[in-house]
Write a new protein. Sequence first.
Length: 281
Amino acid sequence: MLVTMKEILDRAKKEGYGVTAPNVQSEDTVRAVIHVAEELRVPMIIDVNAFIHPDLPWFVHMIRELVSTSSVPFAINLDHGKSYEDIMLGIRSGFTSIMVDRSSLPYEENVKQTKEVVKMCKPLGISVEAELGHVGQGENYSVDGTSNLTEPEMAARFIKETGVDCLAVAIGTAHGRYKGTPHIDFERLEQIVKACPDTPLVLHGGSGTGNENLAKAVRNGIQKVNLATELVVAGKEELEKFIQDPNFDKWKLIPSFIKGYEDRLAHYVKLFGQEGKAWTE
Ligand SMILES: [Zn+2]
């Protein structure tokens, strides 16, 4: 069934578990996510980047069709809406949630543009995620990892001023593959949770951050963990193993990739205490 991201994250915050937000690229990965969610009875957030499909309204329509007949709750979130055009396309495509990423702009401009998106989305029942501080790229981790981290008091002010439903915070994670060892600022996370007691928090750059760090982040107040790179890499590794056999069955090529993707996603569902948390209408 299709629900808003706000409903999924508010429940997760109240009950103290984390929600996996896998990034999908194709019908196969969408079905993989649904398969894992149904097997483990979990509410799931499907993250979709605007650039991932040449016909985004069609892709989201397909996802809506597939999840609406499922017995577990799903939200469909536009990941990193970078422009006004992305946001409008996202609304038209039928997302139940939109991330407006203005984290590389100065604070006042981030507030102004995020507020406009909230104003558009709220009447339509679409949840809004924004980002304060900036989660950079793993390849620049030596610089990005320690700069532009989220200031707790500023986060509280930002939420009040914009009315967002959840907030992505920068506490030392990075997108893609890390160059170096991730260091998570748990003290900062604790202060953010204290300053923003009613708002679910999002962690971008879950891939490669490590089981211990991610489990601890979820225990300490993160409700949504975005996963992209690591799921694809796990799929690729499974595929590479599969094609080592020169007589491999060509029909099982994509399923071998999907097996790696699914196994890694299931691993995180269990790690975040999400298993069995699906509810029915
Ligand atoms: Zn991200």
